[in-house]
Ligand binder design. Structure first.
Ligand code: SF4
Length: 144
C-alpha cells in the first residue's frame, strides 16, 4: 500500500516514554531527510502537528508501518496502542519500553499508592510534600 505520494505511509508514536527512542530516530542528521524520501509520514506528534482525529479518520490498515515506542502505562497509552494497531498493517514495538516494559514496567512491582508516596511525598525533591497528589480528574470538574 502507498499514499498519494507513491511512498509507504509511516507513523511514529510515543506512549509512556522518556523521549530517547525519538532521539535515536531524529538524531540521525541528514539521514532524516532520507526518511522523508522513502516514506509519507502520516502521524508523528514529535515532528509535526498531526491530529488524533486524522488517525481516527484513516481506514483500517491505512498506515503501512507504525513505530510505537514507550510503555503502555495509562488509559490513553492503551487506547492509542489499540487505535494504531488497527490503523497499521505493521506495528513495531520499538524500544525496550514498548516490548518489555523497561523503566515504566517497574511500576508493576509495587502499588499505585506507594509510587505516589515515593514520587510526591517522601522524596527530598518533592516541591510540596503536603500538596495534592495527582488524580484522574483535573480542572474545576468535581470527582464523582
Ligand atoms: S526504550 Fe524506553 S527508556 Fe529506552 S529510550 Fe526508549 S522510551 Fe526511553
Amino acid at each position: 500500500m502507498t499514499g498519494a505520494s507513491g511512498k509507504p505511509r509511516l507513523a511514529i508514536y510515543w506512549a509512556s516514554s522518556c523521549g530517547g527512542c525519538e532521539v535515536t530516530l531524529l538524531n540521525v542528521g541528514e539521514q532524516l531527510l532520507r526518511l522523508d524520501d522513502s516514506f509519507e509520514i502520516v502521524f508523528c506528534p514529535c515532528l509535526a502537528d498531526f491530529k488524533l482525529e486524522d488517525v481516527r479518520g484513516y481506514p483500517d490498515g491505512h498506515i503501512d508501518l507504525c513505530l510505537f515506542n514507550g510503555a503502555i502505562h495509562s488509559t490513553e497509552n492503551r487506547e492509542m496502542a489499540h487505535l494504531l494497531r488497527r490503523k497499521s498493517r505493521i506495528l513495531v514495538a520499538y524500544g525496550s519500553c514498548a516490548h518489555e516494559g523497561c523503566v515504566p514496567g517497574l511500576a508493576n512491582l509495587t502499588t499505585t499508592g506507594a509510587i505516589l508516596e515515593a514520587a510526591y511525598r517522601s522524596t527530598e525533591f518533592a516541591a510540596d510534600p503536603q500538596g495534592p497528589l495527582p488524580h484522574p480528574c483535573t480542572g474545576t470538574r468535581k470527582a464523582s
